[in-house]
Design a protein around this ligand. Structure first.
Ligand code: CA
Ligand code: CA
Length: 194
């Protein structure tokens, strides 16, 4: 247990699995025993704190009001749990190739995510951009906090299209219908294809 005897604490609250106490300092704790001092720059002494609507708000001297960024909500991301594999058959018209794989879409956030669209693209390189070719969209359905859904990719290419050395890119929540804690972990790249 840390000792803050030389400090003044004026208020405490609990929310988002965290205790927060404020005064001449701000300290936080997951359990009420282990405390971490937070560096919030040169704010005035704070007199009280409250939690609501996923946000901590503290008030202090000289009309100070500070607010934490909301850090709870859904957060979709994913992994290629079965990496895409290309299988080609020789036909009388030429090689006919199919790609298969499984993408697992996970909600690593603290709130449920409503259904959203995953689009899968074929790309010449490992960067998602407008030149990439859409293969197929999938609808995830609702994904509860901490849960995941699997999306099976099966795509038959036209005869003589071989995608060796290209990349498969999944864009989760393509149309941004889910507001997430982290929007920067939604592009899942695999490649180059063997
Ligand atoms: Ca995300
Ligand atoms: Ca989103």
């Amino acid at each position: 247990m840390l000792n803050y005897l030389d400090q003044v604490l004026n208020g405490i609250t609990y929310g988002n699995s965290t205790f927060v106490a404020v005064g001449s300092i701000i300290i936080t704790s997951p359990d009420g025993f282990t405390w971490i001092k937070r560096n919030l720059g040169s704010v005035s002494t704070l007199n009280g704190i409250a939690y609501g609507d996923d946000t901590f708000v503290a008030v202090g001297e000289h009309g100070t009001i500070i607010q934490s960024a909301p850090n709870v909500g859904p957060d979709l991301t994913g992994t290629w749990t079965d990496p895409p594999i290309q299988i080609c058959k020789n036909t009388t018209k030429g090689p006919k190739c199919t790609i298969t794989g499984t993408l697992t879409v996970k909600n690593i956030g603290s709130r449920d995510a409503s259904s959203s669209t995953v689009k899968i693209y074929l790309s010449d390189d490992d960067t998602y951009d407008q030149s990439d070719t859409p293969l197929k969209p999938s609808i995830t359905g609702k994904i509860k906090a901490g849960q995941s859904k699997t999306i099976k990719l099966t795509y038959n290419f036209p005869v003589e299209q071989i995608v060796t050395n290209k990349y498969i890119i999944a864009v989760i929540d393509k149309y941004n219908s889910v507001v997430e804690v982290d929007e920067a972990n939604n592009v899942i790249i695999f490649g180059p294809i063997q």
